[in-house]
Design a protein around this ligand. Structure first.
Ligand SMILES: *[C@@H]1O[C@H](CO)[C@@H](O)[C@H](O)[C@H]1NC(C)=O
Ligand SMILES: *[C@@H]1O[C@H](CO)[C@@H](O)[C@H](O)[C@H]1NC(C)=O
Ligand SMILES: *[C@@H]1O[C@H](CO)[C@@H](O)[C@H](O)[C@H]1NC(C)=O
Ligand SMILES: *[C@@H]1O[C@H](CO)[C@@H](O)[C@H](O)[C@H]1NC(C)=O
Ligand SMILES: *[C@@H]1O[C@H](CO)[C@@H](O)[C@H](O)[C@H]1NC(C)=O
Ligand SMILES: *[C@@H]1O[C@H](CO)[C@@H](O)[C@H](O)[C@H]1NC(C)=O
Ligand SMILES: *[C@@H]1O[C@H](CO)[C@@H](O)[C@H](O)[C@H]1NC(C)=O
Ligand SMILES: *[C@@H]1O[C@H](CO)[C@@H](O)[C@H](O)[C@H]1NC(C)=O
Ligand SMILES: *[C@@H]1O[C@H](CO)[C@@H](O)[C@H](O)[C@H]1NC(C)=O
Ligand SMILES: *[C@@H]1O[C@H](CO)[C@@H](O)[C@H](O)[C@H]1NC(C)=O
Ligand SMILES: *[C@@H]1O[C@H](CO)[C@@H](O)[C@H](O)[C@H]1NC(C)=O
Length: 870
């Protein structure tokens, strides 16, 4: 009996001690002091020299030991460690015996001067267990980049990786570039014992689903890009024993510090799941950012953080949460956006963590495309949450880059310090782009869905409708049934009977020339509301009393005809609240006439200067800009290849009876570049004063050319003067140059339209000027996208509204703004139904028109629009 109990007890004791023994031997942290034969303390830890006997590592070729001649920067916590380095003039391996498992690996670099070697000349690759960590790496350059981007004063550089090793050997290989050398100051290999440290992640696909998928990191690696403790208390490595991570403060990554405040409570925090205690030290959970109480606006602004990343990788975003105040669920429910996609629609920390004061983390996986070099994290109001739950909280954040095809290295472009003018002021070279509106993300989701449906239908259509061969002089029309599809789109808005007759009657309609002549008083000159290279635009009234705008092609203008074709093509493909819509056409007696909705308030320019119309308020101007930006953003992103407007100016922004702005005149528009091209090569067209100088120089059209023109429009809206005014002194003739100079000096308010004075918030004007200036960046790649401009403008409007309300204590609810839902009310109508009718009246018309003018338009000449150039 006694024996029977003792044996298993002894056995388990032996087993246990065995476990401890092997565990200790194989999973101790390895800390290496490179290029040294001494073991030294630094940062509270002991670092073993890589020449020390019995250090359990092998070095395939020793290279050189290097010691700093000059004293190492005293401010460096690990300064004593950085006094030596190992230098390799040929490929060499550090090999460690480890057990299979998860490891954090840190590689420390500190470029010091040394006789015989200039560390600035060092360029090398680092590979570990077949995974490339660094490629053609120039440490000095990276340190300079950090200095520029985030005002970092750190003279050293630490790269951190997470590896899941399946063999019992870890090798780290340094390969100098030809005629160069590699160096390393110190290395850490830290076992991560928690087997489920990285286990699963929620895929960010914008769909709002939040079931985590398993994350298989075996033989894959990650690079730590950011590790941040929200609030003003960085956590030092000494406070994170075991993994010795450094958690920096988030302030420099916050888009607007004023949107958040910090909250702290360290009294009673514990891990929601104790097995995850190595995920982050409790200090990370003790303080948090919460949304700022905004005294003037009901809804709080989103909290946004911006992080520079390397394009074309997958990123794991780990968010650390701990509810510090509320004692029940449903009191703090918020939406998480990652790169403007909904990552989690209704996050409730209390519920997910299982209570108050419980440390919990959540992993998200986002795939970043080739063009994206910024990761945005935003927490905002969940519109479905109860009225009480208007706040959000975040305690900590980590961003990891996942390897792709065995590679983690990002080969960086050379940094261009010369571009300082447009790189933002001083330290923050990074762009400051993002709006606050959560609705934007929903809008994007919506448009993505629309685009997908559209693609699907295109594919189906291709199968059913044989592709027509077109005369080479004509661009093939992408969509057949173009005008009929317009009818379908309108059917969504207008009441119609079961046969859709009403819609068909009202839109996409074929007008007889008699109807048109009646509507326009036989093309009465007094009804002309616009002219251009194409011909005249008349105001007209249809028999049912509706006002319309009637654009009549000058049959002698070849440009006019080509532009008509483009216009039909564009407008029949796209419908949007902020694009002027096409009602019908007339094609009789050699006439080519398009009928549009009538925009009662005419052009935006007419409200800015030159006419004696009542002044638009700052808010109205902002709303007009936002409307136009919405239309353009949709134009740029709504279709597979996007469309470049090419002629953005204040006369092509029209205002309806409610001053809602719509983009008009797509005569010069071009389909955007194919996916594998960055631009469209084309003859330069556009309007003086608005024309992108880069496009002018290189004759390569991108959507960024539109952004430039839009930037000019923004300045025109503030200054209310012509973009080119030859009567002014030389330095003032060109608005873009003149206004940009004032903005650069930070004194845009000096040249603001005097009629606005005193009626705008200075802060909103400052931000507005910033955006406008960014749009005018010399190089397209430094300009924001129109989507970014749009978000930023929405933010400007919010700033202004908040300001106005702070003055107007008893303001009526009339002017309330629904920040979160701002763009949800917008119709995002894409015609998807035309697939049902492959050969329709509309396509026939276009085909007829094409046949009729074939040959005439083989050479598109400038029709003589006074402000256009060819
Ligand atoms: C090398 O490994 C042995 C056990 O395998 C261990 O006892 C010893 O401390 C290690 N040496 C160093 C310098 O870490
Ligand atoms: C690593 O293990 C191998 C055998 O598995 C042994 O030959 C080698 O000496 C070990 N290396 C070190 C540095 O302990
Ligand atoms: C590196 O340092 C060790 C010990 O100080 C010395 O024995 C060795 O010769 C040095 N190697 C080189 C290449 O300088
Ligand atoms: C590296 O340096 C050593 C010593 O100066 C020299 O003998 C060797 O040729 C060099 N190797 C390369 C690849 O430059
Ligand atoms: C380093 O190790 C890798 C993998 O074992 C091997 O392919 C490579 O040749 C080694 N390099 C040197 C210089 O020993
Ligand atoms: C290396 O480059 C840095 C910054 O570019 C510079 O401050 C330093 O003087 C350079 N060192 C040498 C030895 O050229
Ligand atoms: C590395 O970068 C520094 C700083 O930008 C530069 O001075 C140096 O020439 C670069 N080295 C090489 C080999 O390109
Ligand atoms: C901090 O948390 C403890 C325990 O949850 C609570 O009793 C205390 O009131 C909190 N302190 C503050 C300042 O919120
Ligand atoms: C502290 O936490 C423990 C366990 O989570 C809980 O039982 C206790 O009520 C908490 N104390 C306060 C003051 O909230
Ligand atoms: C903390 O919670 C209480 C109710 O539990 C609430 O009234 C209060 O506003 C909250 N404070 C903050 C700063 O959220
Ligand atoms: C850059 O950082 C230093 C200290 O780290 C600070 O004094 C300085 O104001 C910062 N500059 C800017 C423009 O943020």
């Amino acid at each position: 009996m006694l024996l029977g109990m003792e044996v298993p007890f002894l056995l388990s004791l032996v087993f246990l001690s065995l476990l401890i023994a092997t565990g200790e031997a194989q999973s101790k942290p390895i800390l290496i002091n490179c290029g040294s034969d001494s073991t030294i303390p630094a940062g509270g830890r002991t670092w073993v020299g890589d020449l020390v006997a019995g250090n359990n590592l092998t070095l395939s070729s020793p290279g050189f030991n290097a010691s700093a001649v000059a004293a190492v920067d005293r401010d460096l916590a690990l300064g004593s460690l950085y006094r030596t380095a190992r230098i390799f003039n040929a490929s060499s391996n550090y090999t460690f015996n480890v057990s299979a498992g998860n490891y954090y690996i840190r590689i420390h670099f500190y470029p010091f001067s040394l006789e015989g070697f200039n560390m600035n000349e060092s360029v090398f690759d680092v590979t570990t267990n077949g995974l490339r960590l660094l490629s053609k790496y120039n440490v000095t350059e990276e340190i300079a980049r950090k200095k520029l981007e985030s005002n970092s004063t750190d003279a050293s550089l630490v790269k951190e990786y997470f590896l899941s090793i399946s063999s019992d050997m870890l090798w780290i290989q340094f390969v100098p570039a030809s005629k160069s050398f590699a160096y390393v100051n110190a290395m850490e290999v830290l076992p991560v014992l928690d087997k489920s440290f990285f286990e699963s992640a929620i895929k960010v696909d914008g769909g709002g689903g939040h079931d985590p998928s398993p994350l298989d990191l075996l033989d894959r690696g990650m690079e730590t890009m950011y590790r941040v403790n929200m609030g003003d208390n960085p956590v030092k490595p000494e406070q994170d024993p075991g993994l010795w991570r450094s958690w920096e403060s988030d302030a420099k990554y916050m888009f607007s510090l004023s949107t958040a405040s910090t909250t702290t409570n360290s009294s009673n925090i514990s891990y929601a799941d104790i097995s995850h205690s190595s995920v982050a030290p409790l200090q990370v959970y003790e303080d948090a950012r919460v949304m700022n109480e905004n005294g003037v606006v009901e809804k709080k602004f989103n909290m946004s953080w911006e992080f520079g990343i390397h394009p074309n990788f997958e990123y794991l975003v780990r968010l650390h949460f701990c509810e510090l105040n509320f004692t029940a669920s449903n009191l703090r429910v918020f939406r998480i956006y990652i790169n403007l996609k909904i990552a989690f629609p209704n996050y409730d920390v209390f519920q997910r963590a299982g209570g108050k004061d419980r440390a919990h983390h959540e992993d998200f996986l986002d795939n970043v495309s080739e063009q994206v070099d910024t990761l945005w994290l935003q927490l905002g109001h969940d519109s479905a949450a109860s009225a009480l739950a208007t706040d959000a909280i975040l305690n900590g954040l980590e961003i990891f880059k996942l390897s792709k095809n065995g590679n983690l290295a990002h080969v960086s472009e050379k940094i261009d310090t010369g571009a300082g003018v447009f790189q933002g002021k001083g330290s923050k070279g990074k762009t400051l782009w993002i709006g606050i509106s959560a609705g934007v993300a929903s809008m994007i989701t919506l448009s993505v869905v629309c685009v997908l449906i559209f693609f699907f239908c295109c594919i189906r259509q291709k199968k059913t409708a044989p592709v027509k061969s077109s005369h080479p002089a004509w661009r093939p029309l992408v969509l057949h049934g173009a005008l009929a599809s317009t009818a379908n789109a309108h059917a969504v808005k207008l009441p119609c009977n079961a046969n859709g007759q009403m819609a068909a009657n009202r839109t996409g309609r074929r007008f007889s020339i008699v109807e048109i002549r009646t509507a326009t008083g036989n093309f009465d000159e007094s009804l002309v509301i616009g002219t251009g290279g194409f011909g005249n635009v008349y105001k007209g009234q249809l028999q049912d009393g509706d006002w319309v705008a009637i654009k009549r092609a000058n049959p002698h203008s070849q440009q006019g005809l080509a532009e008509f074709e483009t216009e039909i093509e564009i407008l029949s493909k796209l419908r949007h609240r902020h694009l002027v819509s096409l009602i019908g056409y007339c094609e009789e007696q050699n006439e080519m006439i398009l009928v549009y909705e009538y925009m009662a308030n005419g052009t935006l320019r007419s409200h800015l200067y030159g006419r004696d119309l009542p002044t638009l308020s700052w808010k109205q101007r902002l709303e007009a800009c936002i409307g136009a930006a919405r239309g353009l953003h949709y134009l740029h992103t709504g279709l597979e290849r996007g469309i470049i407007h090419r002629d953005i100016k204040t006369t092509n922004i029209l205002l309806d009876e409610n001053l809602v702005a719509k983009m008009a005149d797509f005569g010069l528009s071009k389909t955007g570049p194919m996916l594998d091209h960055t631009h469209v090569s084309t003859a330069v067209k556009g309007s003086f004063g608005y024309l992108d100088p880069e496009y002018f120089r290189r004759q390569q059209l991108t959507q960024k050319s539109d952004v430039y023109s839009f930037g000019v429009v923004l300045f025109e809206v503030v200054c209310a003067r012509p973009v080119i005014n030859p009567t002014l002194p030389k330095d003032q003739i060109n608005l873009a140059e003149w206004a940009a100079r004032w903005q650069q000096q930070g004194s845009l308010e000096a040249i603001v339209d005097p009629r606005l004075r005193g009626n705008y918030s200075l802060e909103s004007l400052k931000k507005f000027g910033e955006i406008a200036l960014k749009c005018l960046a010399d190089q397209g790649k430094n300009r924001p996208t129109l989507g970014e401009v749009l978000w930023h403008l929405e933010y400007v409007l919010q700033l202004h509204e908040a300001y106005m309300r702070s003055f107007d204590a008893d303001s009526s609810p009339r002017s309330e703004m629904e920040f979160a839902d701002m763009s949800l009310g917008l119709p995002m109508i894409m015609e998807v139904e035309e697939t049902a009718c492959p050969e329709t009246e509309g396509s026939k018309i276009i085909h007829d028109v094409k046949t009729k003018f074939e040959g005439q338009c083989s050479k598109v000449a400038d029709g003589g629009d006074d402000s256009s150039i060819s």
